[in-house]
Design a binder for this molecule. Sequence first.
Ligand SMILES: C[S@@+](CC[C@H](N)C(=O)[O-])C[C@H]1O[C@@H](n2cnc3c(N)ncnc32)[C@H](O)[C@@H]1O
Length: 199
Amino acid sequence: MANVDDVSRQGARFDRMMALLDRYLLASREWVVSRASGDVLEVAVGTGLNLAYYRDDVRLTALELDPGMLDVAAVKAAAADRPATMLVGDGQCLPFADASFDSVVCTFSLCGFPDHEQGIREMVRVLRPGGRLLLADHVVSTNPVLRGGQRVLEAVTVPLSDEHFTRRPLMVVERMPVAVVESDRLHHGIVERVHARRG
Ligand SMILES: C[S@@+](CC[C@H](N)C(=O)[O-])C[C@H]1O[C@@H](n2cnc3c(N)ncnc32)[C@H](O)[C@@H]1O
Protein backbone atom coordinates (compact mmCIF):
# COMPACT_ATOMS: atom_id res chain seq x y z
CA MET A 1 0.00 0.00 0.00
CA ALA A 2 1.28 3.55 -0.72
CA ASN A 3 2.04 5.90 2.18
CA VAL A 4 0.72 9.44 2.50
CA ASP A 5 3.82 10.91 0.78
CA ASP A 6 3.52 8.44 -2.03
CA VAL A 7 0.02 9.20 -3.27
CA SER A 8 -0.43 9.35 -7.02
CA ARG A 9 -0.20 12.79 -8.57
CA GLN A 10 -3.59 12.21 -10.12
CA GLY A 11 -5.11 11.44 -6.73
CA ALA A 12 -3.60 14.53 -5.12
CA ARG A 13 -4.81 16.71 -8.01
CA PHE A 14 -8.27 15.17 -7.74
CA ASP A 15 -8.47 15.94 -4.00
CA ARG A 16 -7.46 19.59 -4.62
CA MET A 17 -10.19 19.95 -7.26
CA MET A 18 -12.79 18.26 -5.07
CA ALA A 19 -11.92 20.49 -2.10
CA LEU A 20 -13.34 23.37 -4.19
CA LEU A 21 -16.36 21.44 -5.47
CA ASP A 22 -17.18 19.88 -2.09
CA ARG A 23 -18.70 23.21 -1.03
CA TYR A 24 -21.56 22.02 -3.23
CA LEU A 25 -21.16 18.26 -3.01
CA LEU A 26 -20.49 17.64 0.68
CA ALA A 27 -24.14 17.60 1.70
CA SER A 28 -24.83 15.00 -0.98
CA ARG A 29 -21.98 12.78 0.17
CA GLU A 30 -23.48 12.82 3.68
CA TRP A 31 -27.02 12.26 2.29
CA VAL A 32 -25.95 9.15 0.39
CA VAL A 33 -23.48 7.61 2.82
CA SER A 34 -25.62 8.12 5.94
CA ARG A 35 -28.25 5.84 4.36
CA ALA A 36 -25.82 2.93 3.84
CA SER A 37 -25.79 0.04 6.31
CA GLY A 38 -24.61 -3.55 6.72
CA ASP A 39 -22.41 -4.97 3.97
CA VAL A 40 -21.71 -1.93 1.80
CA LEU A 41 -20.12 -1.76 -1.63
CA GLU A 42 -18.86 1.62 -2.80
CA VAL A 43 -18.35 1.59 -6.57
CA ALA A 44 -15.73 3.99 -8.00
CA VAL A 45 -14.52 5.04 -4.55
CA GLY A 46 -11.93 7.40 -6.08
CA THR A 47 -9.64 8.79 -3.40
CA GLY A 48 -12.06 7.85 -0.62
CA LEU A 49 -13.72 11.21 -0.02
CA ASN A 50 -16.85 9.44 1.27
CA LEU A 51 -15.01 7.29 3.83
CA ALA A 52 -15.40 9.80 6.65
CA TYR A 53 -19.20 9.65 6.46
CA TYR A 54 -19.79 5.90 6.92
CA ARG A 55 -21.24 4.62 10.16
CA ASP A 56 -18.71 2.70 12.27
CA ASP A 57 -20.66 -0.55 11.97
CA VAL A 58 -20.70 -0.85 8.16
CA ARG A 59 -18.56 -3.55 6.55
CA LEU A 60 -17.14 -1.69 3.59
CA THR A 61 -15.89 -2.99 0.25
CA ALA A 62 -14.60 -0.36 -2.16
CA LEU A 63 -13.96 -0.85 -5.87
CA GLU A 64 -12.14 1.54 -8.20
CA LEU A 65 -10.88 1.36 -11.77
CA ASP A 66 -7.75 3.44 -11.20
CA PRO A 67 -5.15 1.80 -8.93
CA GLY A 68 -3.54 5.18 -8.13
CA MET A 69 -6.84 6.58 -6.85
CA LEU A 70 -7.46 3.40 -4.86
CA ASP A 71 -4.02 3.74 -3.22
CA VAL A 72 -5.02 7.19 -1.98
CA ALA A 73 -8.31 5.80 -0.64
CA ALA A 74 -6.44 2.99 1.14
CA VAL A 75 -4.14 5.53 2.82
CA LYS A 76 -7.17 7.55 3.97
CA ALA A 77 -8.93 4.43 5.26
CA ALA A 78 -5.85 3.41 7.27
CA ALA A 79 -5.39 6.94 8.65
CA ALA A 80 -9.05 7.05 9.72
CA ASP A 81 -8.96 3.53 11.17
CA ARG A 82 -11.80 2.61 8.81
CA PRO A 83 -11.32 -1.03 7.79
CA ALA A 84 -12.31 -1.68 4.19
CA THR A 85 -11.68 -4.30 1.54
CA MET A 86 -10.38 -2.40 -1.48
CA LEU A 87 -10.04 -3.74 -4.97
CA VAL A 88 -9.29 -2.57 -8.46
CA GLY A 89 -12.15 -3.33 -10.84
CA ASP A 90 -14.65 -2.09 -13.38
CA GLY A 91 -18.01 -0.98 -12.04
CA GLN A 92 -19.61 -2.20 -15.26
CA CYS A 93 -18.63 -5.79 -14.48
CA LEU A 94 -18.63 -6.30 -10.71
CA PRO A 95 -16.62 -9.28 -9.41
CA PHE A 96 -19.29 -10.29 -6.86
CA ALA A 97 -22.07 -12.86 -6.77
CA ASP A 98 -25.70 -11.76 -7.05
CA ALA A 99 -27.23 -10.45 -3.79
CA SER A 100 -23.92 -9.89 -1.96
CA PHE A 101 -24.53 -6.46 -0.38
CA ASP A 102 -27.07 -4.59 1.77
CA SER A 103 -26.17 -1.21 0.23
CA VAL A 104 -24.38 -0.04 -2.90
CA VAL A 105 -23.07 3.53 -2.98
CA CYS A 106 -21.80 5.41 -6.02
CA THR A 107 -21.11 9.16 -6.06
CA PHE A 108 -20.09 11.48 -8.90
CA SER A 109 -18.80 8.61 -11.02
CA LEU A 110 -21.58 7.28 -13.26
CA CYS A 111 -21.04 10.46 -15.32
CA GLY A 112 -17.71 8.93 -16.40
CA PHE A 113 -18.75 5.32 -17.06
CA PRO A 114 -18.77 4.46 -20.77
CA ASP A 115 -22.07 2.58 -20.13
CA HIS A 116 -23.77 3.91 -17.00
CA GLU A 117 -26.84 1.71 -17.58
CA GLN A 118 -24.64 -1.39 -17.37
CA GLY A 119 -23.02 0.03 -14.21
CA ILE A 120 -26.42 0.52 -12.55
CA ARG A 121 -27.58 -2.94 -13.68
CA GLU A 122 -24.52 -4.43 -11.98
CA MET A 123 -25.12 -2.45 -8.77
CA VAL A 124 -28.71 -3.72 -8.63
CA ARG A 125 -27.61 -7.29 -9.36
CA VAL A 126 -25.29 -7.42 -6.33
CA LEU A 127 -27.93 -5.98 -3.96
CA ARG A 128 -29.79 -8.31 -1.60
CA PRO A 129 -33.60 -8.15 -1.57
CA GLY A 130 -34.49 -4.98 0.35
CA GLY A 131 -30.97 -3.63 -0.22
CA ARG A 132 -30.40 0.07 -0.90
CA LEU A 133 -29.01 1.64 -4.05
CA LEU A 134 -27.61 5.07 -3.12
CA LEU A 135 -26.45 7.44 -5.85
CA ALA A 136 -25.43 11.06 -6.22
CA ASP A 137 -24.18 12.53 -9.45
CA HIS A 138 -24.06 15.64 -11.59
CA VAL A 139 -26.85 15.46 -14.17
CA VAL A 140 -28.48 17.62 -16.80
CA SER A 141 -29.66 20.93 -15.28
CA THR A 142 -33.30 22.01 -14.99
CA ASN A 143 -32.15 25.50 -16.10
CA PRO A 144 -32.22 25.83 -19.93
CA VAL A 145 -29.20 28.16 -20.04
CA LEU A 146 -27.07 25.87 -17.90
CA ARG A 147 -28.36 22.90 -19.86
CA GLY A 148 -27.13 24.51 -23.09
CA GLY A 149 -23.73 25.07 -21.50
CA GLN A 150 -23.61 21.44 -20.38
CA ARG A 151 -24.35 20.26 -23.94
CA VAL A 152 -21.51 22.40 -25.34
CA LEU A 153 -19.13 21.18 -22.64
CA GLU A 154 -20.10 17.57 -23.24
CA ALA A 155 -19.31 17.87 -26.96
CA VAL A 156 -15.70 18.23 -25.82
CA THR A 157 -15.54 16.10 -22.69
CA VAL A 158 -17.23 12.95 -24.02
CA PRO A 159 -14.77 12.36 -26.89
CA LEU A 160 -11.87 13.50 -24.71
CA SER A 161 -12.54 11.65 -21.45
CA ASP A 162 -15.99 10.03 -21.56
CA GLU A 163 -17.27 12.64 -19.07
CA HIS A 164 -21.03 13.18 -19.48
CA PHE A 165 -22.97 16.21 -18.24
CA THR A 166 -26.49 15.47 -19.48
CA ARG A 167 -27.17 12.01 -18.06
CA ARG A 168 -30.01 11.19 -15.62
CA PRO A 169 -29.17 7.97 -13.72
CA LEU A 170 -32.62 8.17 -12.07
CA MET A 171 -34.27 7.41 -15.44
CA VAL A 172 -32.16 4.25 -15.69
CA VAL A 173 -32.85 3.27 -12.06
CA GLU A 174 -36.58 3.50 -12.79
CA ARG A 175 -36.20 0.72 -15.38
CA MET A 176 -34.51 -1.63 -12.87
CA PRO A 177 -36.14 -4.05 -10.38
CA VAL A 178 -35.95 -1.48 -7.57
CA ALA A 179 -38.41 0.99 -6.03
CA VAL A 180 -37.31 4.61 -5.74
CA VAL A 181 -37.71 5.63 -2.08
CA GLU A 182 -36.40 9.19 -2.33
CA SER A 183 -34.80 11.39 -4.94
CA ASP A 184 -34.12 15.10 -5.12
CA ARG A 185 -32.12 17.68 -7.05
CA LEU A 186 -29.95 20.60 -5.93
CA HIS A 187 -28.06 23.49 -7.55
CA HIS A 188 -30.36 24.17 -10.54
CA GLY A 189 -30.97 20.44 -10.79
CA ILE A 190 -27.31 19.72 -11.53
CA VAL A 191 -26.85 17.41 -8.54
CA GLU A 192 -29.30 14.52 -8.21
CA ARG A 193 -29.53 12.08 -5.31
CA VAL A 194 -31.31 8.76 -5.50
CA HIS A 195 -32.24 6.19 -2.86
CA ALA A 196 -33.89 3.06 -4.22
CA ARG A 197 -34.60 -0.37 -2.69
CA ARG A 198 -34.32 -3.72 -4.37
CA GLY A 199 -37.63 -5.63 -4.46
C1 LIG B 1 -15.05 12.06 -10.23
S1 LIG B 1 -14.35 10.63 -9.49
C2 LIG B 1 -15.41 10.42 -8.06
C3 LIG B 1 -14.78 9.56 -7.01
C4 LIG B 1 -15.62 9.33 -5.75
N1 LIG B 1 -16.75 8.48 -6.04
C5 LIG B 1 -16.08 10.64 -5.15
O1 LIG B 1 -17.28 10.86 -5.02
O2 LIG B 1 -15.20 11.44 -4.77
C6 LIG B 1 -14.80 9.34 -10.57
C7 LIG B 1 -14.11 8.03 -10.26
O3 LIG B 1 -14.75 6.99 -10.99
C8 LIG B 1 -13.73 6.06 -11.38
N2 LIG B 1 -14.27 5.27 -12.49
C9 LIG B 1 -14.55 5.69 -13.74
N3 LIG B 1 -15.03 4.68 -14.48
C10 LIG B 1 -15.07 3.59 -13.67
C11 LIG B 1 -15.48 2.25 -13.84
N4 LIG B 1 -15.95 1.82 -15.02
N5 LIG B 1 -15.39 1.41 -12.79
C12 LIG B 1 -14.92 1.83 -11.60
N6 LIG B 1 -14.50 3.09 -11.37
C13 LIG B 1 -14.58 3.96 -12.39
C14 LIG B 1 -12.57 6.96 -11.76
O4 LIG B 1 -11.35 6.25 -11.81
C15 LIG B 1 -12.63 7.99 -10.64
O5 LIG B 1 -11.87 7.61 -9.53
